[in-house]
Design a protein around this ligand. Structure first.
Ligand code: HEM
Length: 398
């Protein structure tokens, strides 16, 4: 029986050999340690994602002591309104629809000049000859600035708004300390105050952004106050870490595959395809959790109502049945139906924005630093089962 232990240092460094072994043995496997099913096959992950009423993501609504603490925190800090990714129909559809228009590929194009300016500003800060941490200096700050634009926040509101949203998230998923709880309650009050001030002050936000749509929906009765606040926090945070992971993983992939980097340097029009390959080759969101709403069959197994199921997107994206030669980075790969952004009704809402940010970032990095290399001992990682990326990625640009 294959060993599966995501806390092993060897798994943190490179999970793919262990995942390949597990998939070859059984693409749907029960881990007694995690008390959960581990799904590593592409077909099985895709099927699960497309059957959201059987394999549900709204864990806060599931009976049982396992979710009591999460439920309590959600009630206290967000009025019991879950994130879109953890919401069931019909509320999920109704709330997603209020903002989906501003996340379409055409709508996010309006941000291109500002994303380019932000990327260039961050790259301008690199000291020639000094090692540069791609994670701390670019990958993490960039998506925060982009989402502030996408929301339509004015300059003065950006930092306080994002700080308040992060404080709420920390209390939702943190160690449960009273300090975190206090900060989150203050943050909630300050976001509620922002909401009522912005609603009655002309020019308080850019009406073309996501906040504009939320205010319209609230006016029309499609969103309540408490839902709007939760949706603001969700949109402010949902894509930041995954986008940072994509930038980190893609940069590392190019550092380790100079021949593929040369292909992109020779033909920059291939960069948008390369972004899809990065999402497949080293997926930022490696695992999604689902809970069986009823007894069902997954692969060769009977999964029982209440069972926890982890869909390992990172493993599905290396399934040789779906992707020939899956462990090879190939920026020219065609018809890439990867699961890096999920699939089905909960597929990533921010995918067009993430793609645009990544395309601009890799384009600018390659153009400015064609000979970039990994600094000695420049790569560090921390344990992470759901998100995968370097924690530090030092490069030499000169
Ligand atoms: C490379 C970057 C990104 C990756 C890899 C990524 C990945 C994903 C995945 C796999 C899901 C599905 C979750 C599930 O089915 O449980 C998802 C959902 C979601 N993502 Fe992203 N995401 C990224 C960037 C973004 C950005 C920039 C935003 C902007 C706000 C965003 C907002 C969301 C939201 C709101 C959902 C929930 C959608 C729903 O349940 O209807 N994501 N993302």
């Amino acid at each position: 029986m294959a060993a599966f232990d995501p806390s092993q240092p060897s798994y943190v460094v490179d999970p793919y050999p262990a995942l390949a072994e597990l998939r070859a043995e059984d693409p749907v496997w029960f881990s007694a340690d995690l008390d959960a099913w581990i799904v590593t096959g592409y077909a099985e992950c895709a099927a699960a994602l497309h059957d959201a009423s059987t394999l549900r993501s709204d864990f806060l609504a599931v009976e049982g002591a396992r979710w009591d603490e999460a439920r309590r925190r959600s009630e206290v800090f967000l009025g019991g309104v879950p994130a879109l990714s953890a919401m069931a129909e019909p509320n999920h559809h109704r709330m997603r629809d209020t903002i989906s228009g501003v996340f379409s590929p055409r709508a996010v194009e309006r941000l291109r000049p500002r994303i380019e300016a932000t990327v260039n500003g961050l790259l301008d800060a690199i000291e020639p000859g000094e090692p540069f941490d791609v994670m701390g200096g670019l990958a993490y700050p960039l998506p925060r600035r982009v989402i502030a634009e996408q929301l339509g926040l004015v300059e003065a509101d950006r930092e306080p708004f994002l700080r308040d949203a992060s404080r709420i998230a920390r209390a939702m998923f943190g160690d449960g300390s009273s300090g975190e709880a206090e900060q989150a309650l203050e943050a909630h009050a300050s976001l509620a105050a922002y909401l009522s001030r912005a609603a009655s002050t002309p020019g308080a936000y850019d009406v073309a952004g996501a906040l504009g749509r939320m205010f319209e929906a609230r006016e029309a009765g499609a969103l309540s106050d408490v839902e709007m606040l939760a949706l603001m926090v969700d949109v402010a945070l949902a894509g930041n870490d995954p986008t940072a992971c994509l930038i980190g993983n893609g940069t590392l992939a190019l550092l380790r595959h100079p021949e593929e980097r040369a292909v992109l340097l020779g033909d920059p029009s291939l960069i948008s395809g390369a972004v899809e390959e990065f999402l497949r080759y080293d997926s930022p969101l490696h695992a999604l959790m689902r809970i069986a709403a009823r007894d069902t069959v997954l692969g060769r197994h009977e999964v029982h109502a209440g069972d926890v199921v982890y869909l390992l997107l990172g493993a599905a994206n290396r399934d040789p049945v779906q992707f020939p030669d899956p462990d090879r980075l190939d920026v020219r790969r065609r018809s890439l139906r990867h699961l890096g952004f999920g699939s089905g009704s909960h597929r990533c809402l921010g995918a067009p924005l993430a793609r645009l940010v990544a395309e601009i970032t890799f384009g600018a990095m390659l153009a400015r630093f064609p000979a970039m290399r990994l600094a000695p001992l420049g790569l560090e990682r921390e344990h992470g089962f759901e998100l995968r990326a370097p924690s530090r990625l030092l490069v030499l640009t000169g």
